[in-house]
Design a protein around this ligand. Structure first.
Ligand code: DHK
Length: 192
């Protein structure tokens, strides 16, 4: 059951994301920061984004990431979200810019939240941090492993500076925990 659509395809002016200049001619056009949709414009779709190498889950370093495949994680997320009457859009990319595009798309689609495992981009991507800051929807950062018990370079996350919450070390179950937390944050009721 989706809410009112965010009006994808409509000019930003119609969506109310742009403010016309009120000053004298030549004054700059302003973007109303950040991209904000009213609660009624939010859909019941949660976007779940996975970063580089997550496509190899199940065969990749199983002692660290376990044996569940990404398809297993998708099913786990679908089941967890369904308990709150939420749909999911589940995606993975090895490319930073694609992840940035998907964060922006989640906002323009009126997603009620994003769960992201930025994987290797966690500790390097200012672009992903900026994208999260540019959208007004709650973002939960998830890591399968306990990044703080691992190498030092994994400890400092750019994404954590903008995420509403961070979950790590619970294995793939962390995705379900993130969905429960996010559903609670956005006030979705339990279905069963
Ligand atoms: C996954 C990765 O690919 C690593 O780069 C992160 C994270 C940890 C995870 O635990 O899910 O450091």
């Amino acid at each position: 059951m989706a809410g009112i659509s965010a009006g994808r395809g409509l000019p930003l002016l119609v969506l109310g994301l742009y403010k016309a200049p009120s000053g004298p001619p030549g004054s700059a056009w302003r973007l109303s920061p950040p991209m904000r949709l009213s609660r009624s414009a939010m859909t019941k779709t949660l976007h779940i984004l996975n970063g580089p190498n997550m496509n190899l889950l199940g065969s990749r370093e199983p002692e660290t990431y376990g044996r569940a495949s990404l398809a297993d994680v998708e099913q786990l997320c679908r089941d967890a979200a369904a308990r709150f009457g939420l749909e999911i859009k589940f995606r993975q990319s090895n490319h930073e810019g694609t992840l940035v595009d998907w964060i922006q798309e989640a906002a323009s689609d009126g997603a009620c939240g994003i769960v992201i495992n930025p994987a290797g981009y966690t500790t390097t991507s200012v672009a992903i941090l900026d994208a999260i800051r540019a959208v007004a929807i709650p973002v939960i950062e998830v890591h399968i492993s306990n990044i703080h018990a691992r190498e030092d370079f994994r400890h400092r996350s750019y994404v954590s500076r903008a995420a509403r919450a961070v979950i790590c070390g619970f294995g793939v179950e962390g995705y379900a925990l993130a969905i429960i937390g996010l559903a609670t944050m956005v006030g979705a009721g339990v279905n069963n």
